[in-house]
Design a protein around this ligand. Structure first.
Ligand code: SF4
Length: 430
């Protein structure tokens, strides 16, 4: 039998994407071969997510499918910590189940599974740093580097905390080395991610601003996209933060979850910031970097949310006009405080609020994208677009589609000729 081969399926957030790159890095160091089809693989590894019920249901369905096919399956990621019993019921003949902090152990587990062991369960976190295994994805100019894992929150609706725990930050030195490697290997869009990049270094004494200043100084043709941060961890250093984010090295993209426009709901969620804090952060960004793209997250139908609370959310969104709003309908997660709440919002009301908010967001983004018509400037060529053409990004991280084949990683000057809700269309300036 040739080298052991595996197929890797990744679900969930950017941090899970980075975890999968570290799984791949570790297994390739151990001579385990990655294949691109499950049919060719000895072992199938699912790097799972447990943030929302629909995602969990999709993964459980996939596990049931693989169980029926009697495939050798290793389940990794957050779901084993959040819904272990359900995972075990979906695939009783599992080869192994691990948590999201067991990448080093995963290598040993693959060996044991190939030697015939089954039903291995390992949820304890490894002691070593998984960043040592980081290798960017093959065949792409985009890579995702984790700055830290875990957070400082205890949001009442969130099960991710159970899986990822308190914040663990990688040192500025180790991140500098990883990013230098990525730049050297030709990655042009480097995503810097974490559950909450705003808490970077809280437990080590290093700060996010210090880290960004060090990374900003690395020479090359790359750009950084900073991942999600909660407002209350950035406000104290907002001026220094915006000073370094104003560098051409950073995409002008800011992902700041709001979750609700009502302070009483934010209190029930234990989000630890106010609507005013969020507005203050967003306004500071819009003042300092007028062409910045603001992305946010909203949960509609959180237990106890009244029409009045929801109207406050609509008001904040129509006032501050973030063009990207990720809308979630509240859903219970196992073991969370909110899942035990008595005053749940009924499903049809949740659906209606999600529809209303989505309609408002469509208005906001269509109006805003229209202001880009005629814009000229450089864009980074990322790769093939999902619906044809080539996907590029301008410095505001706007999706720019060009109906021409272009070399990923190159930079071209374009003119925006048409605007849509989801993207801008452009032609290359000869
Ligand atoms: S900050 Fe809150 S929502 Fe985010 S991972 Fe932590 S507990 Fe979950």
């Amino acid at each position: 039998m040739g080298a052991t081969s595996y197929y890797l399926e990744t679900y969930g957030c950017a941090l899970n994407t980075a975890d999968s790159d570290m799984i791949a890095g570790h297994l390739s160091d151990r001579g385990v071969k990655r294949v691109l089809s499950p049919d060719e693989a000895h072992v199938i590894i699912l790097n799972t997510c447990g943030v929302k019920e629909p995602t969990e249901d999709r993964i459980i369905h996939r596990l049931e499918e693989l169980s029926k096919m009697a495939r050798l399956v290793i389940v990794a990621g957050c779901l084993p910590i959040i819904s272990l019993r359900r995972v075990q019921r979906a695939i009783p003949n599992y080869a192994a189940i691990l948590g999201p902090q067991s990448i080093e152990t995963l290598g040993l587990i693959v060996d044991r599974v190939m030697k015939g062991e089954r039903g291995l369960l390992h949820l304890e976190p490894d002691t070593g740093s998984k960043l040592q295994f980081f290798k960017g994805p093959p065949g792409s100019v985009v890579c995702t580097v984790p700055l830290c894992e875990g957070c400082l929150g205890s949001c009442t609706y969130c099960a991710v905390k159970f899986a990822r725990g308190n914040v663990k930050s990688y040192s500025i030195k180790s991140l500098h080395d990883v990013v230098c490697r990525c730049v050297h290997q030709g990655y042009r869009e480097i995503r810097l991610t974490g559950q909450d990049t705003g808490v970077y270094g809280h437990e080590t004494g290093e700060t996010l601003v210090e880290l960004l200043q060090v990374l900003e100084a690395i020479k090359g043709a790359h750009m950084f996209r900073l991942g999600m941060f909660n407002p209350h961890h950035i406000l104290a250093s907002i001026d220094e933060f915006l000073q370094v984010m104003s560098s051409p090295r950073f995409f002008k993209f800011f992902h700041i979850p709001l979750q609700s426009g009502s302070n009483s709901i934010l209190g029930d969620m234990e989000r630890r910031y106010s609507v005013e804090d969020w507005q203050s952060a967003v306004r500071s960004i819009q003042r300092k970097i007028p062409l910045a793209t603001i992305a946010t997250d909203i949960i509609v139908g959180f237990p106890g949310e009244t029409d009045e609370d929801f109207n406050k959310t609509l008001e904040v969104i129509s006032n501050l006009k973030p063009p990207i709003v990720n809308i979630s309908k509240y859903g219970d997660r196992p073991g969370t405080v909110a899942s035990r709440a008595k005053n749940k919002v009924n499903t049809s009301v949740k659906k209606d609020r999600s529809r209303q908010l989505s309609a408002l967001v469509t208005e906001v983004i269509t109006e805003q994208n229209a202001t880009w018509l005629g814009w000229t400037g450089p864009v980074l060529v990322v790769g093939a677009a999902s619906k044809g053409g080539t996907l590029c990004r301008n410095t505001s991280y706007k999706a720019v589609i060009i109906q021409k084949q272009l070399t990923p990683g190159s930079t071209v000057d374009v003119e925006i000729t048409m605007t849509h809700r989801t993207h801008l269309a452009a032609t290359v300036i000869p």
